[in-house]
Design a protein around this ligand. Structure first.
Ligand code: UD1
Ligand code: CA
Length: 451
């Protein structure tokens, strides 16, 4: 169920698109669902349907995903009803998950499914996943009968004083016999405090008609926490971060100077003896090798970093690859699939965009290198710019091995500089430079009227 706007988020963005650990909430749920090897995953869409669909399809094979549109958000019962046409004739078990309960694990769900299938030797019509909470307020309460069996679920807003004291809550996650679910859903009414069609009425209806409703009480309450407001989202984010940082320190042997200010996504990996200084952010599925030093203020996103790399203060590294023994920064920017081959160096205020810097080559100060390939052991002097854009199109610059580009050289692309060539300080290079040649000069002459 992922159709709601999430009023309590006070947001223009649909709740399930808000990010936890850098990924939309819905992706955490769909990823876990995938681990269960289901026949199919149906997502109930509503608010910002196209964006939610795109988020799901970003990580799940289109053949495995189905989408149902809930035009108006009339409650969780109505949400499940939106998928009726796909499901009601199916002989199957339906696991219902909430798009805003992202921490649920495949292990817990497997236990739920097992209990559902084995209940009283023949399987239940419905099994409700519950937990006991110190503070159950806000959640639907699970009322048990005198035998301790399931009686009903009462939503917070419909509880009486006695029911408010119940500490066992409905996780919003259930297994159903699909056909029985849809038959019972037809009987759900909206005569409650919120005027909604509650999915939580279905287990009561099933029980009243004599079907078995089981309860699987999980011992991991944190897994079923829902995200309803931004404080809960921030708390959950912090909990994930803490666990990631602990895992990196204990299991991977990473030194994290200030664990509270390390923002490392759970999907990233960091190698042994790497040192992470305060205020470093590592996003997406980044990989950082062994023995690296990552200094303060650096953000690394979807990038691959080799071993024994030093990334000095305040660098931004996006979608890029850095080999072994490289040095980067301070204040460097790599983006657009920049590649630094082993032992290369990028220094202060250098930007690399879609550029490959060869083994042992250096660009130490104040440069923009875009759409370029640079060979081995080449030195790019301070202030060098690849003029890759003519106002309409981007052009490439190719520089060979053992080249010395003088300070403040402008390389007007498309242009090639051969192996072992050199340029003088302040050169404006508009024509290809032959291997082994030195070029100098800056012919800024009037040539025509600007078009
Ligand atoms: C729900 C349960 C409550 C449980 C809690 C656990 C109901 C009536 N209540 O309450 O018993 O303790 O989850 O977290 O089910 N959604 C739709 N369409 C709708 C309404 C909701 O797709 O018309 C989706 C939402 O986007 C969300 C999920 O269903 O992902 C849960 O809805 P929400 O409104 O957050 O339910 P709760 O009030 O938290
Ligand atoms: Ca909720």
């Amino acid at each position: 169920m992922a159709a709601g706007l999430g009023t309590r988020m006070k947001s223009n963005l649909a709740k399930v698109l808000h990010k936890l650990d850098g990924r939309p909430l819905i992706n955490h749920v769909s990823e876990t669902a995938l681990l269960l090897e289901p026949r199919k995953i149906y997502v109930v869409l509503g608010h910002q349907a196209e964006d939610v669909k795109a988020a799901v399809l970003h990580e799940i094979d289109a053949g495995l995903a189905g989408f149902a549109l809930q035009k108006e958000q009339l409650g969780t019962g109505d949400a499940v009803n939106a998928a009726r046409e796909f499901l009601e004739m199916q002989d199957s078990t339906l696991l219902v998950l909430s798009g805003d309960v992202p921490m649920i694990t495949a292990e817990t769900l497997t236990s739920l499914i097992t209990m559902h299938g084995e209940y009283r030797g023949r399987g239940a019509a419905c099994t409700v996943l519950t937990v006991r909470l110190k503070d159950p307020s806000g959640y639907g309460r699970v009322v048990r009968d005198e035998n301790g069996s399931f009686d009903r679920i009462v939503e917070q807003k419909d509880t009486n004083d006695e029911q408010k004291e119940i500490d066992e809550i409905n996780s919003g996650i259930y297994c159903f016999d699909t056909k029985k679910l849809y038959a019972a859903l037809s009987q759900v009414k909206n005569d409650n405090a919120q005027g909604e069609y509650y999915l939580t009425d279905v287990p009561r209806i099933l029980r009243e008609q004599g079907d078995d409703v089981a309860i699987y009480q999980s011992a991991n309450p944190h897994e079923v926490e829902g995200v309803n407001d931004r404080r809960q989202l921030a708390d959950m984010d912090e909990a994930i971060r803490r666990r990631t940082v602990e895992r990196l320190m204990i299991e991977s042997g990473v030194t994290i100077i200030d664990p509270r200010s390390a923002y490392i996504s759970a999907r990233s990996t960091v190698g042994r003896d790497t040192v992470i200084h305060p205020n470093v952010t590592v996003e997406g599925g980044s990989v950082i090798g062994e023995g690296c030093i990552i200094r303060s203020g650096t953000r690394i996103k979807e990038s691959n970093i080799g071993n024994n790399v030093e990334i000095r203060d305040n660098c931004l590294i996006r979608d890029s690859v850095i080999g072994d023994e490289c040095t980067v920064g301070p204040m460097a920017h790599l983006r657009g699939h920049a590649v630094m081959v082993d032992e290369s160096k990028v220094g202060n205020f250098v930007e690399l965009k879609k550029t490959r810097l060869g083994r042992g080559s250096k660009a130490s100060h104040l440069s923009y290198l875009g759409d370029a390939t640079i060979g081995e052991n080449t030195n790019i002097g301070a202030g060098t710019i690849t003029c890759n854009y003519d106002g309409k199109n981007k052009h490439e610059t190719h520089i060979g091995d053992n080249v010395k580009i003088g300070s403040d050289t402008m390389l007007v692309a498309p242009v090639k500089v051969g192996h072992g060539a050199a340029t003088g300080a302040g050169s404006v290079v508009t024509k290809d430079v032959e291997a082994g040649k030195l070029v100098v000069g800056a012919p800024a002459r009037a040539i025509k009227t600007v078009e």
